[in-house]
Design a protein around this ligand. Structure first.
Ligand code: NAD
Length: 479
């Protein structure tokens, strides 16, 4: 496909700007939508998902080649609808102004914090959980009373187009609008002067998006990726750990932003761990090719990248373990069987890039502090997993590492907690959302001071008299 001409780009830009202006106008007409209005928007979003869930699952399946229908139902539809209901039930409490303590010197004035919608929120979403990562931020933005424009991924074209049409069926364009298109459209989209922009995708594109948003001083929430470690403690029971680790790694064939990227394992347990993990993988997925529970790699290009990572690691000395004997994939099939790697090092791309596929390098460590150092010498991860029974070690890992989120003795589970903030830190992202944290992310918390009729403030107005000194000394003790 040819790159768009300057004239085409300019038309696209004007179309996007027109939608934004339309939404902004509508927002100005109702800058503090009432609770029933917000609840109605959330209900419509829920009905949209209820109405189209089956079709969406079919289309996502086609976009991927094979996408486990159960995974789509659990990780996309159920999770999204649960978040919508969670927000709907709590709107009244979240919208309430908060009383704040007032400094003594200003009594009997009052302080409060209003939670006000920001205006128009832009959302750019990726392909890996194409529905959930569009609907999740949309839910929080609507709960907070905003208008929303969404640019979903071009790598799930069937779903993205159906989602655009479904949104147009349930929402007026000045409430929510979906704009489909490729990276070029994404570029135009991220240059719009939104009141807030949420980007979910790769760290590399996140940098570009943040730069584009900075030109408008548009605040951003960046939900990025990275290498999330799983630390296996010497105190852990391998048989119970490996099922959980294999599930978290292989759901969506490893194409999950918070999938464990690599495992840090006590050196003496590496072989036992690799054995136990292979058993778990075979139990969860008795086969890969043709298995409807095992998702395909999204595209030939992504599959090629993953194969290259393995080939390079092998060439540089890594041992490749395949839980199932290797088979040639039929043309067009992209269900890549899982691969464990032992003997990896930092020269290998597999240890420098986010893997985002069913490859798990196993990195040995001697003392716990070595494992902690290994994590801390790298970019801050989006997620960190710790498996074990030793509380002191667990607390040391929690205190000495910084990551977007943590699950202890499980994988992925922290993402599904509506009352926990979700988001990265450093290279894995900035800002967080979900539940009330998302509501606040898309609100202006506006501080308001209400002066009393009986204020003594005029005592400190000019002209300043010498007697003011004594009053200021008293005030200084109480402020
Ligand atoms: P991507 O960065 O390639 O694309 C994401 C979105 O950005 C797409 O809609 C794309 O069209 C758009 N885009 C591409 N180039 C752009 C540009 N120059 N300007 C503006 N928009 C542009 O990411 P992807 O391949 O779709 O998703 C995989 C990545 O997303 C992984 O790194 C993964 O870790 C990350 N991810 C993060 C989270 C999270 O919540 N932190 C969730 C899912 C995925």
């Amino acid at each position: 496909m040819n790159a768009p001409t300057e004239a085409e780009l300019s038309t696209r830009r004007s179309e996007l700007l027109a939608v934004l202006h339309h939404q902004r106008e509508a927002f100005r007409g109702d800058m503090s939508p009432s609770r029933p209005i917000r609840a109605d928007r959330l209900n419509r979003l829920d009905r949209l998902l209820e109405t189209h869930a089956d079709r969406f699952a079919d289309l996502i399946q086609k976009d991927f080649g094979v996408r486990s229908r159960t995974e789509t139902v659990i990780a996309e539809v159920m999770l999204s609808r649960a978040a919508i209901r969670h927000a709907g039930k709590r709107l009244r409490a979240w919208m309430k102004p908060r009383r704040a303590p007032t400094s003594l010197a200003f009594w009997p004035g009052r302080s409060l914090v209003l939670r006000q919608p920001l205006g128009v929120i832009g959302i750019i979403s990726p392909w890996n959980y194409t529905l959930q990562l569009a609907v999740g931020p949309l839910t929080d933005a609507l709960a907070a009373g905003n208008r929303v424009m969404i640019k979903p991924s071009e790598l799930t074209p069937l779903f993205s187009e159906a989602f655009r049409a479904a949104v147009a069926e349930f929402f007026a364009p000045e409430e929510v609008a979906v704009v489909t298109g490729d990276a070029g459209t994404g570029k135009e989209f991220s240059a719009l002067p939104f009141d807030h922009l949420v980007f979910t995708g790769s760290t590399a594109v996140g940098r570009i998006v943040a730069e584009a948003a900075a030109k408008n001083l548009t605040p951003v929430t960046l939900e990025l990726g990275g290498k999330s470690p799983a630390i296996i403690d010497a105190s852990c029971d391998l048989s119970s750990v490996c099922d959980r680790l294999a599930w978290g790694k292989l759901i969506n064939a490893g194409q999950t932003c918070i999938a464990p990227d690599y495992a840090l394992v006590p050196r003496t347990q590496v072989e036992a761990f690799a054995q136990a993990l292979q058993s778990s993988i075979r139990k969860l997925f008795p086969s890969f090719q043709g298995n409807p529970d095992y998702t395909s790699i999204i595209s030939e290009r992504h599959l090629e990248r993953l194969r290259d990572l393995v080939t390079e690691a092998k060439t540089l000395g890594a041992r490749v373990i395949e839980p199932e004997p290797p088979q040639d994939l039929p043309a067009g099939a992209r269900q890549m069987a899982p691969i464990l790697l032992i003997g990896v090092n930092d020269q290998m791309r597999v240890m420098r890039e986010e893997i985002f596929g069913p490859i798990l390098p196993i990195v040995p460590y001697d003392a716990l502090d070595d494992a902690i150092d290994y994590v801390n010498r790298r970019d801050r991860p989006l997620a960190l997993y710790w498996f074990g029974a030793d509380r002191a070690n667990r607390d040391a890992v929690l205190a000495k590492t910084i990551s977007g989120g943590v699950s202890i003795n499980d994988t992925l589970a922290h993402f599904a907690q509506h009352d926990l903030p979700f988001g990265g830190v450093g290279a894995s992202g900035q800002g967080h959302y979900h539940g009330e944290y998302g509501f606040l992310r898309f609100s202006k918390e506006k501080p308001v001071f209400v002066q009393s009729r009986f204020s003594g403030a005029s005592l400190i107005y000019p002209p300043y008299k010498p007697s003011l000194g004594a009053l200021l000394r008293v005030l200084a003790r109480f402020t």
